[in-house]
Design a binder for this molecule. Structure first.
Ligand code: ZN
Length: 134
């Protein structure tokens, strides 16, 4: 696997501890960067991934998990902002998908209530007006 100098970006010879180009010691630097990347990915992406997955699941399950997906994605976004933006894209995608599904659900639900209310009202009106004549 090729390594590159963190200081000047030159490709390094395998197992070399010092950059030929600029003389910087690289081995320790690369290790510390790797460790930091692993820990931030773990801590920041957990909620972002969960939120994104939940929002995708809610796509398949008529939006039933969209509220959970939205909550997890928001937590994921907050964590991403704390951790150099790790998982930020996933969190934002999760928020957008969940929010759209949630709004659709609310709109459809309220339309359903209005429709059933007006239908019931019309039925009642029709019955009371037409009833006696049958
Ligand atoms: Zn260098």
């Amino acid at each position: 696997m090729a390594k590159f100098c963190s200081e000047c970006g030159k490709e390094l010879e395998e197992n070399s501890k010092v950059c030929k180009n600029c003389g910087k010691q690289i081995e320790e630097n690369i290790n510390s960067v790797d460790k930091r990347a692993v820990t931030t990915t773990k801590s920041a992406n957990g909620f972002a991934i969960a939120g994104f997955v939940l929002s995708l699941v809610s796509l398949l399950c008529c939006g039933t998990t969209s509220l959970l997906g939205l909550i997890f994605s928001i937590i994921g976004l907050v964590n991403a902002n704390k951790n150099q933006g790790e998982g930020k894209g996933l969190a934002i995608a999760g928020i957008i998908i969940s929010a759209i599904l949630l709004i659709l659900l609310i709109v459809l639900y309220s339309f359903g209530i209005i429709a059933s209310f007006t239908n019931g009202f019309n039925d009642g009106v029709n019955e009371s007006f037409n009833g006696p004549y049958y």
